[in-house]
Design a protein around this ligand. Structure first.
Ligand SMILES: Cc1cc2nc3c(=O)[nH]c(=O)nc-3n(C[C@H](O)[C@H](O)[C@H](O)COP(=O)(O)OP(=O)(O)OC[C@H]3O[C@@H](n4cnc5c(N)ncnc54)[C@H](O)[C@@H]3O)c2cc1C
Length: 467
């Protein structure tokens, strides 16, 4: 490969803040709101012209459960934003979903507007259309980050940095170590999600009722696959979210072999994803009553990415912690979502493992702290975990909770001029609980409430209902 020596450049410092959050997905939004509400001057940097991450940019159609089947375990800022979206998405939307906390469909345009307002309302500043290009290091600390946008290249300096890019981009630029890939180097597939209008919910439901077809229409999918009208892979129509009686979001079908940190892969997936949507629309129109007249109104700005880098943190959350519903002394969130690993190739199967209703495990602060860096914290789907736990922790409600924890920790650290590892965990937990987060019935008391043991995932394989 050819190389070029790029000349050194003196750059202006365009922004100074206590806390910089890179990435405006669920983790970054909650982090910025928490840091700003707790008094830190906060800047959120986002590559797109709006926030929401996968839930808006990739059109992921619904929020995963906020509850453990019995009670909400994701509370605080995430739950607050969910309730605001329900109220502002229109009367009929509110009537349908006001009682619901699990699998609430996403009204993308309402959500984008709410995120703008709520992040700005917290006192945080936003810089859209901006990517982080370089990290300036001094010893174990980040001194500044080089950003690039239409206005050119500048430096942003802060006391504390929150990486909420989903891909741990900031951590990668800072040289943080990552978890090794598993033996097969497998990653979950991507999905190009989309929204259609012109569907007929009543007709569709009547068809299901009359034919006794399962909601997922497995027989029809299998027939279409045999006739070459759908590609091999996912055996069900899943991830269907009715936003209105005629508008439906889809998270259906997979794009295999995509590394979301590789731009060529993302490019190829965008092109293939749009082609796959055309195939699926034809299938829906021809095979499924209620979908005869659908019209594609929007596909993701990018392919949805479920899994990329996982950092190596001070603690790595592993599947045994998950299945034993472990509580840690430094918990900053709880997770009850099932382990949900999508097939890595068309011949493979889904891997699903549920906790019993009412159970959750703790998410320790240490799994957000990257080894070797004092003023950097990671929030969202790239925290330190093994693959199975990432398959559970990655969903949006959890990312809100981890984001709130990261932002709150940053505000404590900024005030005291200390690094993330020097934050007193009891103070952080106390603040989180005071500000609405749920850390279990006995926060900070180490325990395991379920029998652990070896998990044989193959026995648990089935397809996921939604996402
Ligand atoms: C197809 C699919 C279906 C899913 N289904 C569901 C579901 O039904 N329900 C659910 O709750 N979850 C679902 N998930 C999981 C969930 O959407 C994501 O895991 C979650 O959004 C991760 O949140 P995050 O904040 O960590 O990162 P993201 O949502 O990925 O947000 C990261 C943000 O950072 C920005 N960014 C990234 N890199 C940079 C950079 N270098 N500089 C500046 N900005 C940057 C991005 O533009 C983005 O806005 C699904 C995911 C996929 C892909």
């Amino acid at each position: 490969m050819q190389t070029v020596l790029v000349p050194e450049q003196t750059l202006n410092v365009s922004h100074l803040a206590d806390v910089v959050v890179v990435g405006g997905g669920p983790a970054g939004i909650a982090a910025a709101i928490a840091a700003a509400r707790n008094g830190s001057s906060t800047l959120l940097i986002e590559q797109r012209g709006y926030m929401g991450g996968m839930g808006t940019a990739a059109l992921v159609p619904a929020f995963c459960p906020f509850t453990d089947g019995e009670k909400p375990v994701i509370r605080g800022i995430g739950l607050e934003l969910l309730e605001i979206m329900k109220r502002e998405a229109g009367e009929s939307y509110y009537d349908r979903f006001k009682q619901q906390l699990d699998w609430v469909p996403i009204d993308v345009e309402t959500l984008k507007r709410i995120y703008d307002r709520e992040v700005l309302g917290s006192g945080a500043h936003i810089l859209f259309h901006t990517m982080v290009e370089q990290v300036l290091l001094k010893d174990d600390a980040i001194e500044g980050i080089v950003i690039v946008n239409k206005s050119g290249r500048t430096v942003v300096k802060a006391k504390l940095y929150i990486d909420a890019t989903g891909d741990a981009d900031l951590a990668a630029l800072a040289g943080v170590p990552f978890q090794p890939k598993d033996d097969n180097g497998e990653l979950q597939p991507g999905t190009m999600c989309y929204v259609v209008a012109g569907a007929d919910k009543a007709r569709f439901e009547k068809f299901l009722e009359e034919t006794g077809e399962q909601r997922h229409l497995e027989n029809i999918v299998s027939k279409a696959q045999q006739q070459g009208d759908l590609p091999a892979g996912r055996k069900r129509i899943s991830g269907m979210a009715w936003i209105t009686e005629t508008v439906v979001g889809f998270n259906f079908g997979h794009l295999f072999g995509i590394d979301g940190t590789n731009t060529s892969d993302l490019t190829q997936a965008a092109i293939e994803g749009r082609q796959l949507i055309q195939t699926q629309i034809r299938f829906l129109r021809n095979y499924i009553p209620g979908f005869e007249n659908i019209h594609l109104v929007h596909s993701g700005d990018q392919v949805g990415i479920r899994e990329t880098r996982r950092i190596l943190g001070d603690y790595t959350l592993v599947v045994d912690d998950y299945i034993s519903a472990r509580t840690f002394s430094d918990d900053v969130a709880r997770n009850s979502y099932f382990i949900d690993i999508h097939l890595a190739n068309a011949q493979s199967t889904m891997t699903i493992k549920h906790l019993p209703k009412g159970y959750s495990h703790g998410v320790p602060y240490r799994c957000m702290l990257p080894q070797g860096k004092s003023n950097l914290i990671i929030a969202g789907r790239s925290v330190s975990s093994d693959r199975p736990v990432q398959g559970s922790l990655r969903v949006m409600p959890n990312c809100f909770a981890m984001g709130q924890a990261a932002g709150t920790a940053a505000s404590i650290a900024a005030e005291l001029d200390i690094g993330f590892r020097d934050v007193k965990i009891q103070e952080l937990q106390h603040k989180l609980i005071q500000q609405g987060a749920y850390l279990g019935d006995t926060p900070g008391v180490e325990s395991t409430t379920l029998q652990g043991g070896t998990v044989v995932f193959a026995e648990e394989c089935e397809d996921s209902d939604h996402q």
